[in-house]
Design a protein. Structure first.
Length: 64
C-alpha cells in the first residue's frame, strides 16, 4: 500500500473523483481517498507515475 498526499480535495465528491480516476490505472487494486487528511491510499503494483498522472488529470495535485 502507498499513501499519497493530494492537494485540492475538499469533499466526498472529490474523493470519488480521485478514486474513480485511479480505478482506471493498470495495476491499481483499490484506492481510498480521504479529503480531510488530503491523502489517497493505493493498493496494487501500479506505476507511481501513472498514479500521479491520473490524479493530476482528475484535477488534483499529487505529491511527487
Amino acid at each position: 500500500m502507498t499513501t499519497i498526499d493530494v492537494d485540492g480535495m475538499a469533499c466526498t465528491g472529490c474523493e470519488t473523483t480521485v478514486e474513480d480516476a485511479l480505478a482506471e490505472v493498470s495495476g491499481v487494486e483499490s484506492a481510498k481517498a480521504d479529503h480531510e487528511s488530503g491523502t489517497v491510499r493505493v493498493e496494487g503494483e501500479a506505476d507511481p507515475d501513472a498514479v500521479a498522472a491520473a490524479i493530476d488529470e482528475a484535477g488534483y495535485e499529487p505529491e511527487r
